[in-house]
Design a protein around this ligand. Structure first.
Ligand code: NAD
Length: 240
């Protein structure tokens, strides 16, 4: 049991990568506090669950402080689609609020307790579509996930001496409910799926469970010598 004795707080645990991380953490013995905007999605998870909108600073602060986690997984995020000239200020602000400021607030709430208890691990979900790879029609998304990488590195450096490790995960395209929505929104679902598969040299889309394996490693003491890193897991996309 690689996470035995650890309390883990997870956002967006209702479906996709967050759900797989919650299930993986439970399998590895963690006490999981799973949260999502839509509480009903977490039925059957088998742990403490709570509705949480990560764009609500007061709610995030209260929930994270009450949970007193050893491991914080910031998974909530939204993919904005479209090029620069079609993008609006509201879309820009929403992406920052959901993808970046939420992690900023959750880390601010988690860190004092982690420091007082002698350490902790934070796992932020970024994306390979960020400062690592430019994906078409992802200017706002890429900007927001690049910010996650920068935030992760900076917080890691500032608190490394207090036993805090902060890493982020940069997935390539991963099968999740919202991925299917994005493929449908592109018009020809099958063509869009083929294009998404083709850009990853392994020729396939990843699974949420594959991302969860990395999140388990980064939340556990196995990764004790790793902090401030953007861990790419993308079927070879960034290497191509
Ligand atoms: P998803 O998009 O299918 O599900 C997202 C979950 O977030 C849902 O359960 C939803 O209810 C929840 N959510 C939405 N708004 C929220 C809010 N304001 N507060 C709390 N929860 C909220 O899941 P996914 O595709 O696995 O994406 C999860 C994370 O992984 C995101 O940060 C995403 O950017 C990132 N990511 C996904 C992929 C991919 O290809 N799927 C690739 C790279 C990174």
């Amino acid at each position: 049991m690689r996470l035995q004795g650890k309390r883990a707080f997870i956002t967006a645990a209702g479906q996709g990568i967050g759900r797989a991380i919650a299930e993986g953490y439970l399998r590895e013995g963690a006490t999981v506090i799973a949260t999502d905007l839509n509480a009903g999605l977490m039925d059957g998870l088998g742990c403490e669950t709570a509705a949480l909108d990560v764009t609500d600073k007061a709610a995030v602060t209260a929930a994270v402080e009450a949970a007193a986690p050893d491991v914080l997984v910031n998974c909530a995020g939204f993919v904005h689609a479209g090029p620069l000239l079609d993008a609006t200020d509201d879309e820009f602000d929403f992406a920052i609020a959901l993808n970046v400021r939420s992690q900023f607030h959750a880390m601010q709430a988690a860190l004092p307790g982690m420091i007082a208890r002698g350490g902790g691990a934070i796992v932020n979900i970024a994306s390979v579509a960020s400062s690592i790879v430019a994906a078409p029609n992802r200017c706002i998304y890429g900007m927001s996930k690049a910010a996650v990488i920068g935030l992760t590195k900076s917080v890691a450096v500032d608190y490394v001496k207090q036993g805090i490790r902060v890493n982020c995960i940069c997935p390539g395209t991963v099968d999740s409910p919202s991925l299917h929505d994005r493929l449908r929104a592109m018009g020809d679902y099958e063509e869009a799926r083929k294009a998404f598969e083709a850009r990853q040299p392994m020729g396939r889309i990843g699974t949420a469970e594959e991302i969860a394996h990395l999140a388990i490693y980064l939340g556990s003491d196995e990764s004790a010598f790793t902090t401030g890193q953007a861990h790419v897991i993308d079927g070879g996309w960034a290497a191509a």
